[in-house]
Design a protein around this ligand. Structure first.
Ligand code: UT7
Length: 334
């Protein structure tokens, strides 16, 4: 039977290192507040003078993933690009990435599921592979948050959290009887809470879709009810973990590593405690990169493989929640 397996991963972080102390020079915040509430110590932002977009960060990560997989761009049957900070309002960043990789007519699909882009993207890739519509898929998650953050004190609750970055994963359908690859995936959304975390403008609900009034009201900046999102996360993550384990016929004890979306260290620690999983099994890099949304799990996965922390046969639980609200879980065996 065909299994969806990871053949290569890559990551790319832009060069501008922004520490918590750097942020405290832009707004009323402190290293202590940010570290204690989120675990974040620094993040990377794209230098302001560079006119580049997430498709450029994604392309850098993609070249590395392709090389590790031993693929040429021509080997790709489908590109799936997840981002909430696209290069253009439309078309999607997947099309721009396709051209940057030197491809001419390879299909490209954008995923607009924010922090859950990894789950929606990999579940889609798995479905395309298992239905025979594509066999080699490049998944990319990339974000440039820094250009869309309110760097005044007013925006501090959101701005201190987010970092820029890109991650890429080469996925391939492989015929094998071994229990490897994507074992199970679970996706959820709850639009009831769409306004808990959003950027509202430009908006086609308003005529014209952008004007000085919208800008004056700050409706082009991200808005988050942090406490509400936090509460949803600590409730939904254990639920989705139990659901995906049941779907795969596995138990908590079967999990060798947990690679969660990197939104807040406290959320991920609360999850480990709620599920009674050894805290040493948690992969965390939020202190270095902040929250890179669709890029966070691909970056963490690439680092974890590079560090030699994953052995053949290991079972990994990926999970996370974010804007939408959307959330998901994936079990994967190497
Ligand atoms: O990946 C996307 C999904 N997003 C998330 O998962 C985010 C989930 N939520 C969180 O991570 C947390 O809610 C935050 C880190 C965003 C905020 O932490 P909190 O413990 O929920 O703080 P709070 O929003 O309740 O604010 C506490 C205080 C407030 O002051 P008062 O009203 O108590 O005087 C805020 O104004 O902290 C203040 N505050 C800050 N102070 C210094 C908010 N942001 C900052 C800041 N620096 N950056």
């Amino acid at each position: 039977m065909k299994k969806t397996v990871i053949q290569g991963t890559g990551r790319y972080l832009p060069e501008w290192l922004v520490t918590n102390d750097d942020l405290s020079k832009m707004m009323d915040t402190s290293d202590e507040w940010i570290k204690q509430r989120t675990g974040i110590e620094q993040r990377y932002w794209v230098p302001e003078h560079l006119e580049i977009g997430p498709s450029d960060l994604g392309a850098e990560a993609a070249w590395i993933a392709l090389e590790k997989a031993g693929w040429k761009p021509d080997d790709i049957d489908l590109i799936i690009f997840a981002t909430l900070s696209p290069d253009l309002f439309f078309p999607g960043s997947g099309c721009l990435l396709q051209h940057k990789l030197g491809l001419t007519t390879t299909p490209a699909l954008d995923i607009r599921q924010q922090c859950s882009g990894f789950f929606y993207g990999l579940a889609t890739a798995d479905a395309f592979i298992k239905s025979g519509q594509a066999n080699r898929i490049l998944f990319v998650g990339a974000e440039i948050h820094s250009r869309g953050l309110d760097k005044s004190t007013e925006g501090r609750d959101v701005t201190v959290i987010f970092g820029d970055g890109g991650g890429a994963i080469c996925l391939e359908g492989v015929e094998t009887d071994e229990s490897v690859g994507i074992l199970a995936s679970v996706l959820h959304a709850q639009g009831e809470f769409a306004r808990n975390l959003m950027i509202e403008a430009p908006t086609f609900r308003h005529s014209p879709y952008i004007d000085e009034e919208l800008l004056r009201q700050g409706r082009h900046w991200p808005k988050m009810d942090g406490r509400a999102v936090f509460k949803h996360a600590v409730k939904r993550l254990p639920e989705v973990a139990a659901e995906v384990l049941e779907k795969a016929g596995l138990k908590i004890q079967d999990i060798d590593l947990v690679i969660p979306h990197q939104a807040n260290l406290r959320i991920n620690q609360a999850f480990m405690k709620a599920m009674d999983i050894d805290p040493n099994k948690l992969v965390s890099n939020i202190h270095k990169y902040g929250n890179t949304t669709a890029a966070s799990i691909p970056i963490a996965l690439d680092e974890t493989i590079e560090d030699g922390r994953i052995k053949k046969g290991d079972t990994i639980l990926f999970l996370g929640l974010g804007a939408g609200l959307t959330w998901g879980g994936i079990l994967y065996r190497f």
